[in-house]
Each structure stands twice: as C-alpha cells, then as structure tokens.
Design a protein. Structure first.
Length: 319
C-alpha cells in the first residue's frame, strides 16, 4: 500500500515535544505497560483509553503484551489524509493573501485552484480512495474561507503535541498517570476561546457522536491539566468525516458543539469514569474480554481470546 508524507518530519519522529521539563520527565517515566511495583506511571492516550473501553483484553494484548497488529487499508488511508491536512495548514500562508485578493476581485475559480495547489501530489496515484476524501475536505475548507473571508479560518494549532500529569482516584487511592496525544487542529472561536477539531476518515453515523465527545473531552482534559494556556479555555469541539459514506456510513458530515450544553456536559464525568476503569484494570490485573461477534471478527487476537476458545487466558501467557 502506497504511503505518502510530504511533511519534513512525521509525528513519530517529532518525539515527545513536551511543554515543560517537568512534563517531559513525566512522559519519559511513563509506560503503557505499567503495572504495580514498576517504576514510573501509566501512560494513557486517547487511543489506549478507547481500546480499553472497546475490549479490556484486546487492550492488554496490544498495550501490555505488545502483540503486533496487521496494518489495515483504513489505517494507511487515514495516515495519508492526515499527512496532507497537516501539510496544507503548514504551507497555506504561502498563497493565502493572493487567494483572498483573487476572491475579492471575484476570481473565485482561479482562487480555488491556487488554494488547491498547496496540496502536493504523491509520486504515484493514491490506491485507497484518499483523493476523494482530500477533495471533500478541501471543499469544506474552501467554503469556510468564503464565509469567514479568512478571519479565524486557519488553525492556531496544527497537530498539537500535548502532555499532562494528573492523579486518578481509584478506590480511595490517588494514582498518578501521564496523558499523551496529538490534537489534529485547534481553532480560535473569535472570542478568546478555542475549538478542538478532529478529522476522521471512516464512516459516519449518529452513534459516533457519543464517542467523538469523549475523545474531544480527553483532549480538553490534556490541555487543562497540562497547562496549555494558549488553547484555553476550550469553548467548543468539532469533528469532520469527509469519508462518512464509506462502509455503509450515513453521509459526509462535520459538526461543531458548544461545551456546557446538555448534550456535551456528560462527557467529563464519562471520561473520568473510563480513566478510573483503565487504572483499576492495571492495579488489579483484570482485563476481561467483551465478546461480540460483529466487533470481534475484526480483532487480530481472536484466536488467543478465551471467549472464543483461544489459547491465552486473561492475565496469563502461554507457557
């Protein structure tokens, strides 16, 4: 599968990029496979927290045993699209003034082509439908540019590296953990606050909204606990699914939600409960499977799972 990254440095190669020496030290002392009795603290990302919620045993196979998983087409497509979006926002200033002038002169067709030319062409054609996703995403940004006339159109943060050190209370005991992640983009709300934006390249349906709110709340928690004043307060979060019709999805969709409303206010408590469950699993070494045929058929570790007659029991490796 063809992979294309026009950026100078990949996210992996960027390293820790912690905001302070204290956060860097905390990160270096953290590990996903932390267990009681080990030095350091548990490292938690949006993905690891979501994996534990999906199936605790699958989480153990992935993050504690570090068993390898197959790279899927969806993963490659998502990475390729994210690389383009990162590149676009890093280089759009090269043409933005000219594009805005062309729009003002009512030369919108030329302006749109000029803006699109910021997006680099891969050495060989995309194989996994990336161009369709990129085109849809670009059309959304173009429409936003026409509406905003460039005001607060660009993100104030692009692939923001975030860290936080905090304590999670589990059964009366405070357990230190380290939160780590990259936030796709952060935009100004125009009134001193920030909007967190997440790009997804999979399908969209209304059930996704709950999970998206919890992902965005994890990002918000990182920024608040990590002291990222440049992006605080977070007043809104948003997500975009330009490939939302894939695999039976409903539609290409983007949404923005204000924090503190009835449909967003539950997320902080839910995320904290999920963090408690994850830490408790590590403290007690309890990682029970959550078998369900429709989701388990996609799991790389089904043949190892005791729920399906596999050869590895919870908490034990094969002799």
């Amino acid at each position: 599968m063809m992979k294309f990254n026009p950026n100078d440095v990949s996210l992996v190669d960027r390293g820790a990029e912690a905001r302070t020496d204290e956060l860097l030290k905390s990160y270096e002392e953290s590990a996903y496979n932390w267990q009681p009795g080990m030095d350091g603290v548990l490292r938690i990302s949006k993905s690891s927290l979501g994996s534990h919620g999906f199936c605790a045993l699958k989480y153990k196979f992935s993050y504690i045993y570090r068993l390898p998983s197959d790279e899927t087409e969806a993963m490659v497509r998502g990475t390729n699209v994210h690389n383009i979006v990162e590149y676009f926002w890093n280089h759009v200033d090269d043409v933005l003034d000219e594009v805005l002038t062309l729009i003002a002169d009512n030369k919108k067709h030329v302006a749109k082509e000029k803006l699109f030319d910021v997006i680099p062409t891969p050495p060989t054609p995309y194989e996994l439908g990336e161009q369709v996703v990129i085109d849809k995403w670009f059309d959304w940004q173009w429409n936003r540019l026409l509406i905003t006339e460039g005001e607060h159109w660009k993100p104030i943060g692009n692939e923001v590296s975030a860290h936080a050190r905090m304590e999670i209370e589990v059964d009366g005991e405070n357990i230190p953990v380290h939160l780590r992640g990259f936030i796709d983009t952060v935009f100004s709300d125009g009134d001193g606050g920030s909007i967190l934006m997440e790009l997804k390249t999979g399908k969209w349906n209304m059930r996704k909204a709950k999970f998206m709110r919890e992902e965005m709340q994890f990002y918000r928690l990182m920024l608040e606990e990590g002291g990222y004043a440049d992006y605080l307060p977070v007043t809104h979060w948003a997500w975009e699914f330009p490939n939302g019709t894939a695999n039976g999805g409903v539609k290409a969709e983007w949404e923005i939600e204000e924090l503190g409303t009835r449909k967003t206010s539950y997320a902080p408590k839910t995320v904290m409960r999920n963090l408690v469950k994850l830490v408790r699993s590590h403290l007690k070494d309890e990682f029970e499977p959550s078998p369900f045929a429709a989701k388990c058929e996609w799991c790389d570790f089904m043949e190892l799972c005791p729920a399906w007659g596999g050869g590895m029991e919870n908490g034990q490796t094969e002799e």
